[in-house]
Design a binder for this molecule. Sequence first.
Ligand SMILES: Nc1ncnc2c1ncn2[C@@H]1O[C@H](COP(=O)(O)OP(=O)(O)OP(=O)(O)O)[C@@H](O)[C@H]1O
Ligand SMILES: [Mg+2]
Length: 257
Amino acid sequence: MIELENVSFRYKSDDPWVLESISLEIHPGKSYVIMGPNGSGKTTLIRLLNGLLLPNDGKVIVDGMSTRESDKLVDIRKSVGMVFQNPDNQIVSATVEREIAFGMENLGVDQKTMHAQVDEMLNRFRLSPYRFQSPHYLSGGEKQRLALATVLAMHPHYLVLDEPTSLLDPASRREILAILGSLPAEKVDGQAMSTVFITQFPEETLDADHLIILNQGEIALQGPPHNVYENIDFLQEIGLETPARYFISHMLKKYKT
Ligand SMILES: Nc1ncnc2c1ncn2[C@@H]1O[C@H](COP(=O)(O)OP(=O)(O)OP(=O)(O)O)[C@@H](O)[C@H]1O
Ligand SMILES: [Mg+2]
């Protein structure tokens, strides 16, 4: 489990708080989605999950390890895999194959396991035809699949993604969402995987176990999407859209009464 206890964060000591007193639990085998207006602190929040940023106040505990313990950061980052918003910023290798192997090499995975993993990931993410190509020539959707393959090859317990579908066309978006949806059923060292992703598309939140609405650095609402979308007036107030089905039923109720 990842636990955030009263986490507050700001980038500089005389800046306003970017996150204020956030408490949250990420449980194994569950899917979480974070939605919120621009600048509400979503990216900052997920960067706290693997110790890329450290809280000014409160703590972040990953499977019992605090992100403040610098000798635990390697284990924490192995457990919490991160995919950034723009996959270009994550690419470090000359070929697609080397890119998938890169993270595993850093973890000291043996050659035989690594080759098997690379083959599996190339197949699973339909990247085999590009095996020996430079990742820089891939399309946006292919790059996003490569970023996912690279992180998943390291077998994280928690997969955290910053707007993984924002640069994709509808077909690629559906494909990535289907992959993400299938992951909580998978086990890594006996622990079911959890996914956490940020989106600005309300329709992408519907299948999540838990939806978190961030507004001005605070958790404004959280719970199963069905419950969160009961607060449609509030969501509109802070500039967020509601999936069509909730919006329509809300309007129907409004005009009946
Ligand atoms: N490196 C940084 N240094 C200083 N301030 C920052 C830095 N990164 C972000 N901020 C500020 O922190 C606040 C939250 O930013 P963050 O990127 O977490 O928001 P977000 O919800 O991810 O926004 P978006 O929807 O635009 O991606 C913003 O006011 C932003 O200007
Ligand atoms: Mg962001």
